[in-house]
Design a protein. Structure first.
Length: 465
């Protein structure tokens, strides 16, 4: 059954070219989001197990619970964002409102007060839920901005590339700054060090997101006032639009596979360095390596996309990342130098995934509107992040479960089975996910010419109305 389109589309032909300030302003915004996301991905599970001394299973469950709550709240926040933009014509004010709560909640994430085990578990869970809620409110309008900023496919790729560079800088900053700040307070203990690091990074997140929201201003497009909130209708409309949009379904599968594969890799890195390679001194280099490689590779993937296609560029990046993961699996035999080369290949190849994915997503929204007559913007990104966060939570649970099944314990030197499990999580399993993504991407149907045709037909339909 086709549902009425309660949110009328913006006429594609009326959008002005993007200025450099808007492009950079949008790109730098992901510095803040990835600093928060990557900080949790890299250090939170380790913080739970080796600092708070929670069991890996309990730590993974806390992480999964937070991600599930985050995912469940996505449709509600996305519906609110869609209707807010329908009334105000902009997503930017929502981003400004959420910037300060997100930075403060990141600091709270690692500021777990000392106490008994039950108290520690409860405080860690509460902080995690608060952080995930704030993250959703801030990230939803940010993710949706490119849909409003431009309809040009190559311009969307440039936005995605700048976003990946900003994201890589954020990931690089948190990967380097957190260990350094923790080490700077070694005399006071790791708990104090992580508290200091999260406070400093939280303040940076606030400054970055406020600056991005002010630099990125959507064109003024008056829109009809949306009807009163009806969550059930919004969800049904989203379901109808998704069910009839094959390219969107394919991107959601890609998001699931990419998130699980990369999350297993990131959450296992510290365990791999400390226990398999026995080289904790290179932690900063290994954690920073993927981000540096992404900064270099992102514009190269953008240029390759302009010369070929988004589909072929995505596949090329996935194959490079696969080679990197295989090399990581061989690092216990080849040593630290092999691991460093592998890290660079993983980062360079993985850069193609977000550059192409976030460029493809606005294209499939346009494709879906043409195919179904329903335009769903923020709710589509809400569904995407729902899949992303559920997948990240599942990856955390898998990490904790595999560590538990392998017999890993923070107080003891891990045995051979635990070492093999850690190696698989940082190499062989992510490599398998990359190859699965290649198979899914091969049938992505929205080419450059197809997208241009879609935009022209949408413009003609809007002019006719």
């Amino acid at each position: 059954m086709s549902l009425p389109n309660t949110h009328s589309p913006v006429t594609p032909s009326t959008r002005a070219p993007l200025g450099i300030g808007t492009r950079i302003g949008y790109g730098i915004g992901d510095f803040g989001f990835v600093a928060a996301w990557q900080g949790a991905a890299l250090f939170l599970l380790y913080f739970y197990t080796d600092v708070l001394l929670l069991s890996p299973w309990v730590a993974g469950t806390i992480y999964l619970t937070g991600m599930i709550w985050d995912a469940v709240s996505d449709p509600l926040v996305a519906s609110h964002a869609d209707r807010f933009a329908a009334r105000r014509g902009r997503y930017g004010p929502l981003l400004r409102r959420a910037a300060i709560p997100l930075g403060m909640s990141y600091a709270l994430l690692f500021a777990v007060p000392a106490g008994g085990e039950i108290w520690t578990i409860g405080a860690a869970l509460a902080g995690h839920l608060i952080f995930r809620t704030a993250y959703t409110y801030a990230s939803m309008p940010y993710n949706t901005l490119p849909v409003r900023l431009t309809t040009d496919g190559d311009a969307r790729s440039s936005l995605s590339a700048l976003r990946v560079i900003g994201a890589a800088l954020g990931g690089l900053t948190v990967a380097i700054a957190t260990p350094l700040l923790v080490q700077s307070t070694a005399h006071a203990g790791e708990r104090t060090g992580y508290g200091l690091a999260s406070f400093v990074i939280g303040a940076v997140i606030i400054a970055i997101l406020l600056g991005s929201s002010l630099a990125t201003r959507e064109p003024d497009r008056p829109r009809p006032v949306a009807p009163k909130a009806n969550i059930r209708q919004d969800i049904l409309e989203l379901w109808s639009a998704t069910r009839r949009n094959g390219p969107l379904q394919r991107l959601l599968v890609l998001m699931m596979l990419a998130t699980i594969g990369f999350a297993l890799f990131t959450q296992s890195q510290l365990y791999f360095l400390n226990h398999v390679l026995e080289a904790p001194e290179i932690a900063a280099a290994v954690l920073a390596g993927p981000a540096l490689a992404m900064i270099i590779a992102a514009p190269l993937w953008m240029m390759l996309s302009a010369r070929t296609s988004k589909r072929s560029t995505m596949i090329s990046g996935l194959l490079v990342a696969t080679v990197g993961y295989v090399m990581m699996g061989l690092a216990p035999l080849g040593g630290v130098s092999v691991a460093l080369v592998a890290i660079c290949l993983i980062g360079a190849g993985s850069a193609a995934i977000p550059v192409m994915f976030w460029s493809m997503m606005p294209d499939v929204i346009d494709h879906g509107e043409l195919s179904t007559g329903i335009r769903v913007e923020a709710r589509t990104f809400g569904l995407t992040t729902f899949v992303q966060k559920c997948s990240a939570g599942l990856a955390a649970l898998l990490t904790g479960g595999l560590l538990t099944l392998s017999g890993y314990a923070a107080e003891e030197a891990p045995g051979g089975y635990a070492l093999d499990s850690i190696t698989a999580m940082v190499s062989w399993i992510p490599a398998a996910f990359m190859l699965a993504m290649v198979m899914v991407t091969r049938r992505y149907p929205v080419s450059r010419d197809q997208h241009r045709t879609n935009i022209n037909r949408l413009a003609s339909r809007s002019d006719a109305d």
